[in-house]
Design a protein around this ligand. Structure first.
Ligand code: RIB
Length: 306
């Protein structure tokens, strides 16, 4: 039986508006194409993994009013919702997404995401098996994240951390995390280096390795991605695309990363697939993964090779 993924994370409602350029301080600019999407890094990554064939359970909290809506949306994408809970008097997480020339700036009001249920996570992990994966982001309080990582390691789970929005990580957590996935800004916040080259990426890894980190995946936007651990380093370039909306591209990348690990693909295949799904996601509006299945993604890659 294949290993399972548990995502302990956020659900947001994304309110997105496009503009030619981002406003300066005190300035009002005209926007267009206002849209609402389901979002939240926890939900986005869970949906991406489920679409790519991973048996996925999302443990998250939303407001009472949106509970059914969110549950239906997750289940439509084959994400298990046995541990989705709702909380009275608090709104579902909200993301205001400003989008310009394919780039975005996001403001979050965490709402119900501030009240994650560690007891639900603990119940969910009761039946977890060695080699199952716990995937986390920083859109729920970090104290709950750190406790859940300790719980997962007691059960021999693989822990993947995508610490965004970025905050400091204690050394004992670096030691427990199997894979840390960062973009350039997060790398700068944690290691004081904004990585632009493979050499920079190695320097980031060396700094975090001294804190106990095992394995680092760095996404370098249009430059590609790098995977470094104590024994090896791997680089895979991005393809040139006309970005429509980069929202959710990182989440799709991570969903594919988990799928690749669970399906025991080689690191170079995983990075290639991750870059491809990230690129395809940038061609669509909203935090929606750019493919409908793993076989569709495989087809895209095979067509390229012809
Ligand atoms: O990664 C994209 C996501 O970040 C959006 O869906 C938004 O909700 C924020 O969490």
């Amino acid at each position: 039986m294949k290993n399972k993924l548990y995502v302990f994370g956020s659900v947001n409602l994304d309110f997105m508006i496009e503009q030619e350029r981002f406003p300066h301080q005190g300035e009002t600019v005209n926007g267009k194409n206002f849209r609402k999407f389901f979002g939240g890094k926890g939900a986005n990554q869970a949906i991406a993994a489920a679409i790519l064939g991973v048996d996925t359970e999302l443990i998250a909290t939303v407001g009472v009013e949106e509970f059914s809506l969110v549950k239906n949306h997750l289940e439509h994408h084959k994400v298990r919702t046995n541990y989705l809970s709702s909380i009275e008097g608090v709104h579902t997480g909200i993301a205001i997404v400003l989008q310009s020339q394919g780039d975005n700036r996001i403001i979050l009001d965490s709402g119900a995401n501030s009240f994650p249920s560690l007891s639900s996570l603990s119940k969910a992990l009761d039946t977890a098996q060695t080699g199952d994966v716990l995937l986390l982001q920083f859109e729920i309080p970090v104290k709950d994240i750190f406790e859940s990582i300790q719980l997962a390691k007691q059960k021999n789970l693989i822990v993947i951390l995508n610490p965004t929005p970025v905050q400091a990580i204690p050394d004992y957590i670096y030691e427990l995390v199997d894979y840390l996935i960062l973009n350039q800004t997060e790398a700068e916040a944690l290691a004081n280096i904004y990585p632009r080259s493979i050499n920079d990426c190695e320097n980031v890894f060396n700094i975090l390795q001294d804190k106990g980190l095992n394995s680092l995946i760095l996404t370098l936007g249009s430059q590609g991605s790098v995977w470094i651990d104590r024994h090896s380093k791997l680089y895979y370039p991005s393809e040139e695309i006309q970005v429509v909306d980069s929202t959710g591209a990182g989440d799709a990348f991570i969903g594919m990363f988990v799928s690749g690990l669970i399906n025991k693909q080689s690191p170079s295949t995983i990075l290639q697939y991750c870059n491809k799904v990230g690129a395809l996601t940038c061609l669509k509006r909203g935090a929606v993964i750019g493919v409908n299945s793993l076989s569709e993604l495989t087809k895209h890659l095979n067509e390229e090779e012809l």
